[in-house]
Design a protein around this ligand. Structure first.
Ligand code: ZN
Length: 185
């Protein structure tokens, strides 16, 4: 899941070297020919918690690796030039074909070992007509007390659902970190 650095310079094609650039404090991939520095920064994963009737949540069975055949909230990578809230809506449409009204930013979770930040918004489903995209085997509404906890795809999904069941009625945004040791796979 983590993003590697390029072996060859994106600007001139020369082999990259690892060194600490001037005025910086950490090792990076640097091009010795043109001076290009390959900064590797975390990427954003954006998604929603689509709720129906106040007691059901929409989950998607993943049709792609990683974690194919496990259940996830609709989410994916934010695109360049896209607002994070728009990305969350787009991913919900792409993966579930669901019609939603976006609510508030609910969880912000650092996944430092995977070089990611995950952001989830609350969302109200406007109907129960779904049209899963190619990345989804099927979509299903799960009653809150029937969520398949052992078959969830990612720890950020689990943490977000746990927080939602405990605190979804409060007007709060939650911040947390998923650490390596919490991984079960
Ligand atoms: Zn170069």
């Amino acid at each position: 899941m983590s993003r590697g650095e390029a072996n060859y310079c994106r600007m001139c094609g020369h082999a990259m070297e690892r060194r600490i650039p001037p005025m910086e404090d950490r090792d990076r991939a640097v091009c010795p020919s043109c001076g290009f520095i390959d900064y590797v920064n975390p990427i954003n994963v954006v998604g929603t918690i689509p709720v129906w009737n106040g007691d059901h949540v929409l989950l998607c069975l993943r049709n792609i690796e990683p974690r194919k055949n496990f259940w996830t909230l609709p989410a994916g990578f934010l695109e360049a030039g896209e607002r994070s809230s728009d990305g969350a809506i787009r991913e919900t449409i792409e993966e579930a074909g669901a019609h939603i009204e976006l609510g508030r930013l609910f969880s912000v979770l650092d996944v430092t070992y995977a070089q990611q930040v995950h952001l989830y918004w609350t969302a109200r489903l406007l109907d129960t007509e779904f049209d899963p995209g190619v990345e989804t085997i099927e979509c299903r509404l799960y009653r809150f007390d029937e969520i398949p906890w052992d078959d969830l795809a990612f720890l950020t999904v689990r943490r977000t659902l746990e927080l939602y069941l405990a605190h979804g009625h409060e007007p709060r945004t939650h911040y947390g970190e998923i650490v390596w040791g919490q991984r079960k796979w």
